[in-house]
Design a protein around this ligand. Structure first.
Ligand code: NAD
Length: 488
């Protein structure tokens, strides 16, 4: 059977690279190549940006707001109508199990379009009456205008979810987009091109260029003079490189970056809920969610029991074939990432960690022997300042530390260069508020984790990002506001 080909989607058409170059798309559960992906360069970025600009200057802006938002609703329906195709494509690219992708990735992909289409219908401006010395006064009113062409650079961990989280509000605000998906996960972004075509969205509104980041398609997008803004989700050091590339043109940027998130569990918490919530927050998506808790702090009276219960949870996880309904944990994204996570396992032990459970490669069926699997792993006994406690592992791991006082727990949780989110488990209402207010993060969950309301601002502090997206904060980023003052 000929190898499947994944192409760019530029100006409403699926196209190969002018160079003819391609790279391989590997299923991380089997380690086998299953598709060739067109490798784009500056040439394809130029074409895509030109197409986006033409669509922006022409048909997209000529449509009424209502027509544009109806088109985005049709995209949401289109994703739902092809749910299984999206699901299989995401599972093959990432190795994530059906139990996760069918509940999180694909439904949120559709929901993002629906939500922002609805929200943009209700956004309104503001006006101000101004007094003047001559008594006639003036009125100021504020309008929103789209930016033009927005560049979207997305990661591999929640490919469709994180891409649509940016594409949907960018389009709802009236922009056109050029997307550079992660080289690890090109499939659902491409499938979305078919949905846009079927939904009757004008050519050039949504463009996809595949390829790599540094000195390649990703960097070309960040440097393109006709791209007004870059919205990026990924590693902190990539954010830093993109910021440099955007600096000469003072481009608008919005960054959702890495984390080293803490969970704090007080002795007064609902014990079972705290254990199952923390296990979910450490091991979901094989630990590859930016919001995962890699550092867990537990009040001393329940510490031993908590560590034991977490280990039981980790050991009970069913690891293996992502396509099996019963599978709870798939592989990591790639053999490269598996090597990185295994080296963190080694580093933790070298720093004196006690391995409560895990720490190596699990046994899986023969068919998956070349897959990038690792065991869910729990450590105790590490010093708070060692590298593995201060940098993101992005695997199914957590370290559990005991604490004695609320102040100590807060100080431990905040001892990080990152500040994306925190989880606090307690049944004491004042403590919940007190601790949440003192977390140096953009998000705090109390007695839950990863419960999202798309109206709320999302983003991190410190090295975890710049800006907030979500609800009207997204529309703020993807629009330019303009004040018009009229003397009466
Ligand atoms: P990554 O930074 O390696 O890559 C992300 C994207 O950037 C890819 O498309 C890549 O090709 C591109 N890229 C890389 N270098 C570039 C450059 N110089 N110029 C332009 N583009 C470039 O990240 P990843 O490994 O794909 O994703 C995992 C990371 O993302 C983790 O650190 C995770 O915490 C973070 N993340 C953060 C959030 C959040 O909301 N804060 C959400 C998900 C993931």
């Amino acid at each position: 059977m000929p190898m499947k080909k994944i192409q760019h989607f530029i100006d409403g058409e699926f196209v190969a690279s002018e160079s003819g170059d391609s790279f391989s798309n590997i299923n991380p559960a089997t380690g086998r190549e299953f598709a060739r992906v067109a490798e784009g360069s500056e040439i394809e970025i130029d074409r895509a940006v030109e197409a986006a600009r033409r669509a922006f200057d022409g048909p997209w802006s000529a449509m009424t707001l209502g027509e544009r938002l109806d088109a985005l609703q049709r995209v949401a329906h289109g994703i739902r109508a092809r749910f299984d195709e999206f699901l299989k494509a995401e599972m093959r690219d990432t190795g994530k199990p059906r139990s996760f992708a069918s509940k999180v990735d694909i439904p949120r992909g559709a929901a993002n379009f629906e939500f922002f289409a609805n929200l943009a219908r209700t956004v309104h401006g503001s006006s101000f009456q101004t007094e003047t010395a001559d008594g006639r006064g003036a009125v100021n009113y504020v309008t929103r205008q789209p930016l033009g062409v927005v560049g979207v650079i997305s990661p591999w961990n929640l490919p469709l979810l994180l891409l649509t989280w940016k594409v949907a509000p960018a389009l709802a605000a009236g922009n056109c987009v050029v997307v550079k998906p992660s080289e690890e996960t090109p499939s659902t972004a491409t499938l979305l091109g078919e949905v846009f075509k079927d939904a009757g969205v004008p050519a050039g509104v949504y463009n996809v260029v595949h390829g790599f980041g540094p000195e390649a398609a990703g960097e070309a997008l960040t440097k393109h003079p006709d791209v007004s803004a870059i919205t990026f989700t990924g590693e902190t050091r990539t954010g830093s490189a993109i910021m440099k590339a955007c600096a000469p043109q003072i481009k608008n940027i919005s960054f959702e970056l890495g984390g080293k998130n803490a969970a704090i569990v007080f002795a007064d918490a609902d014990f079972d809920a705290a254990v199952s919530g923390t296990a979910r927050s450490s091991f979901s998506n094989t630990g590859q969610v930016c919001l995962c808790s890699e550092r867990v702090y537990v009040e001393r009276p329940i510490y031993e029991r908590f560590v034991e219960a977490m280990a039981k949870r980790a050991e009970a996880l069913t690891i293996g074939d992502p396509f099996e309904d019963a599978t709870q944990m798939g592989p990591l994204i790639s053999a490269d990432h598996q090597r990185k996570v295994l080296s963190a396992f080694k580093a933790a032990v070298a720093e004196g960690a006690e391995v409560v459970t895990g720490g190596s490669i699990p046994e899986v069926d023969k068919e998956f022997a070349e897959g990038s699997f690792v065991e869910p792993t729990i450590w105790t006994g590490l010093d708070e300042d060692v590298a593995v406690m201060q940098s993101e592992v992005f695997g199914p791991i957590c370290h559990i530390t005991p604490f004695d006082t609320e102040e100590e727990a807060i100080a431990l949780a905040n001892n990080s260069r990152f500040g994306l989110c925190a989880a606090v488990w307690t049944n004491h209402v004042q403590r919940a508020h007190r601790v949440a207010h003192q977390m140096e993060t953009g998000l705090v969950w109390v007695n839950t984790w990863f419960l999202r309301d798309l109206r709320t601002p999302f983003g991190g502090v410190k090295l975890s990002g710049i800006g907030r997206e979500g609800g009207r904060h997204s529309l703020d980023f993807y629009s330019e506001t303009k004040t018009i003052c009229i003397k009466l």
